[in-house]
Design a protein around this ligand. Structure first.
Ligand SMILES: NC(=O)c1ccc[n+]([C@@H]2O[C@H](COP(=O)([O-])OP(=O)(O)OC[C@H]3O[C@@H](n4cnc5c(N)ncnc54)[C@H](O)[C@@H]3O)[C@@H](O)[C@H]2O)c1
Length: 343
């Protein structure tokens, strides 16, 4: 039975995205932000301004019986250990993307969550954008026929303003340049359509920016059940977001009007065989909040979180192959989800 009390959560990491998430949670009736933690004391002011308890110790958060869930917004290489620690402490976990950087870490995170019987959610809010939900529905119901190919682009130039020692520009935290920043969202939606990937060919170049980790990424993903995804992610061009799927009976394309940080709406264009394309403008919707609330509802015993855990792991398996391919220049095989987790 659903618990009608809001889910008490703590936020872990009060940087750029953690602050955006904190304000979303504070606007929700389904979650209550009870405390925040960041290793950087400078985050205290943000918490204090919002009347939030603040500390620099993650262990203190895990020991707090008031906290039923954690929202992890920390650098990528820390996600797995923090998910495992939170699950071991009996806390539900919402983790920002990527869930993990390797398939074995994703399996470790999943095993901890399953052993603890807690909810796991990932910060792939694109799945909660109304036009993307409609596109996925058209795929699921067969309205587009058999999905044949995805073509997608998620690019932005926010990182150009970062100091060169920022963790998000490092090869350790962000292998394959733009892959963990934006490419991962496109990969996640491609997995939602096609399932597990079979192989990945990725190429990263540094063409015209100070981003030594690479500013331009092209990825070709081939899937086990057939189909390709052609993904483009650039960190040295102004914002653009586009996700298109081509099927044997029709196609659908979502174009974003702005970054998910401040949604301005979308244009959804669909075209069925024998008809002219139809474009519909869709108003802004708080997809980040809807993702967080889907997590809260699942944690409170309501509807299950809508992203299957195998897809969370499949996304990391394909991500890991993209990292390898960007290094080797070869087409790299993808670790099978079955070899990692029992289903
Ligand atoms: N879903 C999205 O659209 C989206 C958008 C932006 C960022 N993100 C994700 O959010 C996460 C954070 O990215 P960001 O851009 O906010 O980075 P950031 O550097 O601005 O913030 C990270 C924060 O974590 C803190 N931190 C580091 N180690 C910590 C620890 N052990 N415990 C507590 N706090 C710790 C840092 O001091 C910093 O304040 C990343 O996973 C990133 O990929 C997601």
């Amino acid at each position: 039975m659903t618990n009608t009390e809001p889910l008490n959560v703590a936020i872990v990491g009060l940087g750029w995205w953690g602050r955006i998430i904190a304000d979303h949670i504070r606007a929700s009736t389904r979650m209550r932000l009870v405390r925040a933690t960041d290793v950087d004391e400078r985050a205290r002011g943000f918490a204090t301004d919002r009347g939030l308890a603040f500390g620099t110790s993650f262990d203190e958060v895990l020991a707090d019986p008031m906290v039923r869930g954690v929202v992890i917004c920390t650098p990528h290489s820390q996600h797995t250990a923090q998910i495992v620690a939170a699950a071991n402490a009996g806390k539900h976990v919402f983790c920002e993307k990527p869930l993990s950087l390797t398939s074995s870490d994703a399996a470790r995170a999943l095993a901890a969550v399953e052993a603890a019987g807690v909810t796991l959610a990932v910060g792939h809010e694109k799945r909660f954008e109304p036009p993307v939900m409609e596109l996925l529905r058209l795929c699921r119901t067969g309205a587009l026929g058999v999905p044949l190919q995805v073509e997608a682009n998620f690019s932005q130039d926010k990182f150009l303003a970062m100091p060169s020692d920022n963790w998000r520009l490092s090869a350790k935290e962000a292998p394959a340049g733009p892959m963990t920043a934006t490419g991962i969202h496109l990969l996640d939606l491609s997995v939602a359509i096609f399932g597990e990937a079979r192989s990945v060919h990725a190429s990263v170049q540094q063409l015209d920016s100070p981003l030594t980790n690479g500013d331009t990424l092209a990825v070709l993903v081939s899937f086990e059940r057939g189909g390709h995804a052609l993904l483009s992610a650039i960190l040295a061009t102004p914002y653009t977001g586009r996700f298109a799927v081509y099927g044997s009976r029709g196609w659908a394309e979502v174009r974003d009007k702005s970054h998910p940080e401040s949604p301005q709406g979308w244009t959804l264009t669909t075209c069925m065989r024998g008809e002219l394309p139809k474009a519909v403008d869709m108003p802004p919707a708080p997809a980040v909040l809807h993702n967080l609330e889907a997590f809260a509802d699942a944690a409170r015993g309501g509807a299950a979180y809508p992203v299957p855990r195998e897809q969370m792991v499949a996304n990391v398996c394909a991500l890991e192959a993209a990292f390898r391919s960007a290094e080797t220049g070869r087409v790299e095989p993808v670790t099978r989800v079955d070899s990692l987790i029992a289903r």
